[in-house]
Design a protein. Structure first.
Length: 394
């Protein structure tokens, strides 16, 4: 089959690789009909190479049709149409039963002290082949699927794999009070959905992003939008009686523009041999924290900062004095996808598409163009906000 493989920093290629097969009786194989490039895939493209091997298959936003199931699979049959959550969980352990599927005890990657395994996401999360390919092996398939109907197009459902529940969890964790105000930092795909979800709940939403196309998309959905160069702080104080917003959602993460010194450190780590680079990236503060620091500064005293953006360093410096003095609540974590699906399914299937899931994708391309689209997405060129790849299959 054809699959997108990682070969080195900023070097991904579509190669011919062996088709996946049933390994465990609990496996299923799906034919991929749609798969998307996620903002966190850019971390692999740019930064986390020491944890990837050449030839690893990327991608964790995937849906398709079941073509084969193991003898132990009870809830799936060939022909079923499914979305595949990006985290791999058992559904029965202590954490899964409490809606913390991203911490699944069955699939935790204990070698790296990581939570549940993820599709297409480095040794840190199990080095499981990803879904930017023509076919995907799904472990523990009875639990790791979301069955959907056949009437609606893929893009009504595809984002249930990651970014839509990630945004939903971000808003839940933000704990915005009734009729409260929330600032969303970063209007990439997760920020777009987080802003729309908060708006649908009756909150005043302020979206902040330096990219004009992202601001324009958010504005179509009733979001008040601001460039980083606008006097955002003054405006936020004006509309919140000099207090600041009740909540801030950081949908940026380690891709935030900020410290040149840390940008240099990130690049330097990528040039080191893997054995030296891994501990550096694991244990040193390698994140650019401009967005997180801005969120802590912006939020009102007693407010909540919710992190949906991914951070990677274990020694990042936080402004603890400010956080303590302002009594800020900080919530974060890898999304627990299946926890939020019952609430989201009704919204993505609603005839009026209230969250605008069909107004997010800016680029629809065959899998063969994936390397070009990684570069376009990484450089934020051509108005690129969300890329959906469609593998060509017979």
């Amino acid at each position: 089959m054809k699959a997108l493989t990682w070969q080195g920093k900023r070097d991904v290629r579509v190669d011919e690789v062996p088709d996946p097969g049933i390994i465990e009786t609990s496996d299923a194989i799906i034919r991929v009909t749609s798969t998307a490039i996620c903002g966190s895939d850019l971390h692999l493209y740019e930064l986390l190479g020491p944890f990837i091997d050449p030839g690893d298959i990327l991608g964790h936003e995937t849906m398709g049709e079941v073509v084969e199931v193991g003898s132990g699979v009870r809830t799936l049959s060939p022909g079923d149409r499914v979305v595949i959550p990006f985290n791999i969980a058992c559904g029965t352990c202590w954490f899964c039963r409490r809606g913390l599927q991203s911490q699944c005890e069955t699939t935790q990657v204990r070698e790296y002290r990581s939570g549940a395994a993820l599709f297409g996401y480095t040794k840190l999360y199990g080095q499981v082949p990803g879904g930017q390919a023509e076919y995907l092996r799904v472990p523990l398939a009875d639990y790791n699927h979301i069955k959907v109907g056949h009437d609606l197009p893929d893009e009504r459902y595809l984002f249930l794999s990651d970014i839509l529940p990630t945004a939903w969890q971000g808003v839940e964790y933000a704990d915005v009070p009734s009729e409260g105000t929330v600032a969303v930092l970063g209007l990439g795909p997760v920020g777009q959905f987080a802003a729309r979800i908060a708006r649908s709940r009756g909150h005043q939403v302020l979206g902040i992003d330096p990219v004009p196309e992202r601001r324009a998309m958010a504005a179509r959905h009733g979001i008040d939008v601001f460039d980083l160069e606008d006097d955002v702080v003054t405006y936020l104080l004006d509309i919140t009686q000099d207090r600041g917003p009740d909540s801030v959602i950081d949908a940026v993460g380690l891709e935030a523009h900020g410290s040149p010194a840390l940008a240099t450190l990130q690049k330097a780590a990528g040039l080191l041999p893997d054995a030296l680079a891994r501990p550096l990236l694991e244990n040193v503060g390698v994140d650019r924290l401009a967005a997180l620091h801005a969120g802590i500064d912006l939020v009102r005293r007693g407010g909540t900062v919710s992190l949906s953006g991914v951070y990677a360093g274990d020694a990042d410096i936080l402004p603890m004095k400010t956080m303590f003095d302002k009594q800020v609540t900080l919530r974060m974590g890898q999304c627990n996808v299946k926890r939020w699906i019952p609430e989201l399914m009704a919204l993505v299937e609603h005839p009026e598409d209230p969250l605008g899931v069909t107004d997010l994708t800016t680029h629809r391309e065959p899998l063969e163009r994936a390397p070009e689209m990684y570069e376009t997405f990484q450089k934020k060129e051509d108005g690129c906000i969300k890329v959906v790849l469609q593998p060509s299959q017979g």
